[in-house]
Design a protein around this ligand. Structure first.
Ligand SMILES: C[S@+](CC[C@H](N)C(=O)[O-])C[C@H]1O[C@@H](n2cnc3c(N)ncnc32)[C@H](O)[C@@H]1O
Length: 355
């Protein structure tokens, strides 16, 4: 494997299950995947090659900050996002096994997404190429998920594409009823402003735990201002690097930062409600851009197709006044997740554009 810096670009897996025994009085049915033993979660993460560093829960879901990104567990949905040289797709078999055998849950749909790796030659199998990932997925997922689609959504730059694979047993159903009323926005940023990226380095021998150093970074950088309603679980790595999960009712947000010069990267992901103030996307995006001032940025938005026809304009309208020019915009439809819009941006001028 080639030597490289830390791979910031995450791989993201979302799995939805249904209950084989829909008895509403059964506590297992209500908590579903949240009943997974912590030992089982650790075994799943061991297959991926990462660990839990911090956890936070509310009445809707459990969230974990990982050594490489994040895990969210809802009663019938799991979102696992990992970076570096983790082997995310190796979580699928143990996840299905535990859900089936311990909780009587059956997989009904799956989606896998990622950007373009900065260091593709450093990725281990099955992440050695998108073709290898697809072969692995086709061989791993159960046959009831027979409606499948894979696509590489392009941009003007060959180094920025959005890789998508979805599989479902019912192409006419969204992964979950409430997904009809939500959007998921994933922002990937590279070439971070070096001064802002510097805030994600710790002082040598600072005598702080990862948790307290993380809390300081959350406040110093203004990450706590993105959603003031959210409870935040944050962690600062040593000597640098930062991860946080925010939980706000049923909705989550998550930020991960690789601040090292030469391969700096930050990601922001959130689920938002379509029923909220329509300008939420704009406010959130502007705050995120100001925290990192990236040289390049991609935004992937998944939601109902009628909403996505408008959402890409909102995203471009929020980014362009901050000096980020929209360079490409593509849209596609996928069974189970609906419409995906993928946009890329580059910074016009660094100076004076983000006051
Ligand atoms: C896990 S975090 C955030 C990952 C996220 N996908 C990203 O790049 O934005 C990665 C950052 O933490 C640093 N780091 C320090 N110690 C680490 C550790 N034990 N495990 C993972 N990352 C560590 C890495 O060098 C990198 O800057």
């Amino acid at each position: 494997m080639a030597f490289s810096g830390f791979e910031g670009f995450e791989k993201r897996l979302e799995l939805h299950f249904f209950d084989n025994d829909p008895n509403p009085t059964n506590i297992h049915n209500q908590l579903g995947l949240r009943k997974l033993e912590f030992e089982s979660i650790q075994q799943i993460l061991q297959a991926v090659q990462c660990t839990v560093v911090s956890a936070l829960a509310n009445s809707y879901f459990d969230s974990y900050v990982l050594s490489e990104s994040s895990l969210f567990v809802y009663p019938t949905k799991i979102i696992l996002k990992t970076c570096g040289t983790t082997q995310l797709l190796k979580s699928i078999t143990p996840l299905i096994y535990f859900a089936n055998n311990h909780l009587n849950l059956t997989l009904s749909s799956l989606s896998y997404t990622r950007g373009s790796f900065i260091f593709p030659n450093s990725q281990p199998f099955p992440h050695t190429s998108f073709n290898d990932e697809l072969t692995f997925l086709q061989n791993t997922i159960p046959s009831n998920l027979c409606f499948r689609k894979a696509s590489i959504m392009p941009s003007k730059s060959s180094s920025h594409s959005w890789h998508v694979f979805t599989a479902t047993q019912n192409p006419h159903h969204y992964q979950h009823d409430c997904d009809q009323e939500t959007y998921t926005m994933e922002i990937c940023m590279t070439e971070l402003d070096p001064i802002l990226a510097g805030k994600f380095f710790r002082e040598p021998n600072d005598d702080k735990s990862g948790h307290s150093a993380g809390k300081d970074m959350t406040e110093l950088t203004g990450i706590n201002e993105i959603n003031k309603e959210a409870f935040i679980c944050d962690f600062a790595f040593d000597p640098c690097g930062y991860s946080m999960n925010g939980i706000d009712g049923e909705l989550y947000s998550t930020i991960h930062v690789t601040p090292e010069d030469g391969y700096s990267y930050a990601s922001f992901e959130c689920v938002g409600s379509l029923n909220d103030d329509n300008d939420n996307i704009v406010h959130v995006l502007r705050k995120v851009v100001k925290i990192f001032r990236p040289g390049t940025m991609s935004v992937s938005m998944r939601t109902r197709s009628d909403y996505n026809n408008e959402a890409w304009k909102k995203v471009a309208g929020a980014a362009e006044p901050l000096g980020l020019k929209c360079r490409s915009c593509v849209m596609d439809q996928f069974p189970a997740i609906g419409s995906v819009v993928f946009q890329t941006f580059t910074q016009l001028r660094r100076k004076n554009s983000l006051k």
